[in-house]
Design a protein around this ligand. Sequence first.
Ligand code: UDP
Ligand code: MG
Length: 343
Amino acid sequence: MSSSVTPANDRRAVASPHTPVRLPVLAIVVPCYNEQEVLPETTKRLCQLLSELVKGGRIDGSSRVWLIDDGSRDRTWQLIDLAAAQPDSRISGIKLSRNRGHQIALLAGLLTAQGEVLISVDADLQDDLNVIPKMLDEFSRGHDIVYGVRQSRETDTFFKRLSAEGYYRLLQRLGVEVVFNHADYRLMSRRAVEALRKFPESNLFLRGLVPQLGFPTTTVAYDRAERYAGESKYPLGKMLALAWQGVTSFSALPLRAITALGVTVSMLSLAMGIWALGIRLFSDHAVPGWASIVIPLFLISGVQLLSLGIIGEYLAKIFIETKRRPLFFIERLVGGGASGEGE
Ligand code: UDP
Ligand code: MG
């Protein structure tokens, strides 16, 4: 990195009789997709929190909440627009030109918002906002990335808990570096976000990408609440897609497993061949059964299909990455602090 690197302790607000206190500007980044039911409450609570932090001398007065409308079909954008237009509003709105999914919406927010500290949080108030001051404490101690980690999953269904924790374990086994029980509730310093900007990937899985950045990192624990209102915008299909993304974007192990599988199956068929030959040579009633021909045939074609499928998955990824398509377009930007109209 170049000379623009800020030494970790430089960011601390230093109060001395001679130098004025310079507080960090905080940006709270919230992706929103069809969130009209929760949005008024979310903006109210986030603005309240900002005011308290500003009053408490923790952050600069120009800190803002950045709401990203991910191509919602309900009144989400109207609500954001309205909130941003209020006098003394601490809300900025970013409207994406269409729905691009949570990960891209979040990245759009992180790459557009201004400030020295950025905290990403879901719109549905499931992540406990009370740990934001703790995250800021860790930031001022010199940490560039602070992960919010779920302490309990009491509000999750049995299935969700089992599948989510099993998934984190699977990722770790596959050699994908992820923080156990961390979703996308995290603090990032400006320099960490600038590092993230340099990743040109289209197959976004931020939970796997952020640990790749390095920098001083820590975690804070919190309890995840139930959705404040509205329904989950992450149905099973989308969740599975994200899980698959996490595996195939970060691990080549499935690809390698094919080789092992291929070797095993070939050895087995070889043994089977020897066995059939033995019966033919050393016994009288050797009626070569069709099973010894048909079973290996089936087995091998199955394995071939599976292998082709997995190779295809990786090829598809290469195909998409090589296009270098822009990830998102900003249709509108509202609210003070926004640097311009559109992109
Ligand atoms: N979200 C989004 N685009 C989408 C789907 C979801 O921006 O296509 C946002 C959503 O508004 C919320 C966050 O992503 O702020 C997490 O979604 P949700 O709470 O529905 O997921 P869950 O907590 O059920 O996994
Ligand atoms: Mg949620």
